[in-house]
Ligand binder design. Structure first.
Ligand code: HEC
Ligand code: HEC
Ligand code: HEC
Ligand code: HEC
Ligand code: HEC
Length: 449
């Protein structure tokens, strides 16, 4: 729709200067209004795309983009955060989640808010962030809260143009065109920077973290986009900042020509728990591989009973952790055992309720209510109280008082661990019990005295 109108406008402009001024003014306004209204049957289901793009389909299936609407952690956190709110600003934010998590639904009219009956979501929107959403994006209106501007086709009979990285693709089923946007971090960044819709608080800043990092270099030789890591990963190739990122030669569709690199669509980050709930064990394994190549750990005794642990972000293209910096848990566990293997000192070890002790050394964001009090519910977040995450390439050093002097034969172990959410929050979510979520060892060092 959007595209057709633009084509009609052009010849009129040439003839009538006066009308032209009016129309040029009117088009962007109309386009902005239409950013949010398409017909559901304009979007083609992923299985149809997968009939030719079978390998890409197999990678995307079970990815967190495929699961963004169904992810039970997301749906239940969204419900939990929405409950009991009365402040208009809080409600506006708590209702906004579907804009990114169910984006095809949002632009076609259902669901438009979290409190809609999500079980009534039609089949195509329920498939999450999908082929015929990303590949009909033509522009970005703002670099946060999903500003993608779309130009979808008219369904399977008239699929329209699918935009991608090739300038010479000539498929039969759909038209194809090169899109610079698709080769740029911006197509990811517009959803991976999240601001509170009423208060403007930075809730997620993955794109900004990347943008301010050396990976956003002006030299094409050293520039590494989001795609440069996340769309090179496949089993056995974690493709992080500290590992090689070899090309993935192949063809983009059944019978299509060989190309030097086909961008993989696994979209793996750090979440290994949710894909496993949907039997996507391959994605879980890749998340573990990614986490194991994200950081370096270093351990040294600075005096008789003080250990110094240094964590360096060597592999991530953004802060460690990124995304939901207030919920994600990256922490240091330190354990000292005696000759018999008995624990003499420990910190960062979950208790019987799977909760971490208060004094655990963790790298995270703390959101506040605007009066200096910490809040868990992002809908209430008016300020960032603290941010101890580790930026790209940077190190964080922490001292641990072992409260005992290690004797000969004692072993000191430091581990960097990841879990996507505290058990304390999972326990509060509506519905049947969730968890425990996997704890992934990102790095470990050991010293025997
Ligand atoms: C989150 C957005 C997103 C989703 C969802 C997505 N793609 Fe892509 N796709 C991209 C981007 C970005 C590129 C190009 C990367 C680059 O050039 O840096 C790409 C590349 C491609 C290409 C070119 C060949 C290649 O892989 O390099 C094809 C074909 C393609 N995608 C098809 C699909 C199909 C089919 C699906 C659904 C199963 C899908 N895509 C889902 C973003 C997406
Ligand atoms: C009948 C087979 C077929 C179907 C169905 C199909 N494609 Fe394609 N597509 C192709 C072929 C062939 C190419 C060209 C591959 C090449 O040149 O390497 C292609 C290329 C692409 C490209 C790359 C365009 C570029 O210029 O970079 C994208 C993106 C894409 N398809 C997305 C989709 C999406 C989204 C769907 C579902 C709505 C879909 N395709 C359905 C066969 C198909
Ligand atoms: C339409 C909005 C949108 C776009 C565009 C988008 N993403 Fe996402 N992405 C999401 C959402 C929402 C999730 C989380 C889904 C969940 O966990 O339930 C996600 C999840 C991910 C994850 C997994 C995170 C984890 O915890 O493991 C990675 C990796 C990722 N995206 C990378 C990318 C890359 C790379 C691009 C660009 C090619 C991109 N995304 C484009 C919205 C988007
Ligand atoms: C240099 C490689 C690299 C680049 C570039 C990169 N990432 Fe990552 N990404 C990683 C690694 C390694 C991890 C796992 C460690 C972590 O969670 O930070 C990760 C994790 C993630 C996660 C999961 C975070 C979590 O804990 O839930 C998301 C989401 C993500 N990346 C999105 C992006 C987006 C969006 C971009 C571009 C703006 C990007 N990444 C650029 C390497 C990279
Ligand atoms: C601007 C886009 C955007 C909006 C709006 C958005 N999210 Fe997300 N969400 C993301 C991205 C990107 C990720 C992946 C980041 C990561 O993995 O850390 C994500 C991940 C999540 C996760 C982690 C899921 C898991 O399996 O661990 C939860 C929970 C979540 N979002 C809840 C919400 C809630 C609740 C709202 C509304 C109040 C919301 N999101 C609004 C983009 C968005």
């Amino acid at each position: 729709m959007y595209k057709k109108q633009r084509i009609r406008v052009a010849p009129i402009c040439c003839g009538l200067a006066f009308l032209c001024v009016l129309l040029v003014w009117a088009v962007p306004v109309g386009a902005a209004a239409r950013e949010n209204s398409f017909e559901l049957d304009q979007f083609i289901d992923p299985e149809t795309c997968g009939a030719c793009h079978d390998e890409i389909m197999a990678q995307w299936e079970g990815s967190l983009h495929n699961l963004s609407h169904k992810d039970p952690i997301y749906t239940r956190v969204a419900k939990f955060f929405r409950e009991g709110l009365t402040d208009a600003g809080h409600i506006e934010e708590a209702e906004s989640c579907v804009k990114c998590h169910t984006p095809v639904g949002f632009v076609t009219g259902f669901p438009t808010k979290v409190s809609d009956d999500l079980s009534k979501t039609p089949y195509v929107p329920a498939q999450g962030i999908q082929c015929d959403y990303c590949h009909v994006a033509v522009d970005v209106s703002r670099m946060y809260n999903n500003g993608l501007v779309l130009s979808p086709g008219q369904g399977e009979d008239d699929p329209g143009v699918k935009y991608g990285p090739f300038d010479d693709a000539e498929p039969d089923f759909h038209d194809a065109a090169f899109s610079k946007l698709h080769t740029d971090s911006k197509i990811c960044g517009t959803c991976h920077d999240v601001k509170h819709v009423s208060f403007g608080t930075d809730l997620e800043t993955t794109y900004t973290e990347w943008k301010n990092s050396p990976y956003n270099s002006s030299d094409p030789e050293t520039h590494v986009s989001c795609q440069g890591c996340h769309m090179y990963q496949r089993p056995g190739v974690p493709a992080t900042g500290s590992t090689p990122r070899p090309k993935n030669p192949g063809s983009a569709a059944a019978g299509a020509k060989q190309r030097p690199h086909i961008f993989t669509h696994n979209f793996v980050g750090a979440n290994s728990g949710v894909p496993a709930m949907f039997n996507a064990e391959d994605k879980s394994a890749m998340a573990v591989e990614r986490l194991k190549h994200a950081a370096d750990l270093f351990l040294v005794m600075t005096d008789a009973r003080t250990a110094r642990v240094v964590v360096t972000n060597t592999g991530a293209g953004h802060s460690l952790p990124t995304g939901l910096g207030d919920l994600r848990q990256v922490w240091i566990e330190v354990v000292l055992t005696d000759r018999a293997g008995k624990t003499v000192f420990q910190t960062g070890v979950p208790d019987n309720n799977n909760e971490l002790p208060e004094n655990t050394v963790m790298f995270k964001v703390t959101l506040g209510d605007g009066l200096g009090n910490p809040v868990i519910n992002m809908a209430k977040a008016k300020e960032i109280l603290s941010d101890t995450r580790i930026p790209v390439g940077k190190s964080a050093a922490r001292l641990f008082n072992l409260k005992a002097t290690p004797q000969k034969g004692y072993t000191l172990t430091a581990r960097l661990l990841y879990r996507s959410m505290p058990q304390k929050i999972l326990n509060q979510l509506p519905g049947p019990a969730l968890g425990p979520l996997p704890v992934v060892e990102m790095a470990a060092v050991q010293k025997t005295f």
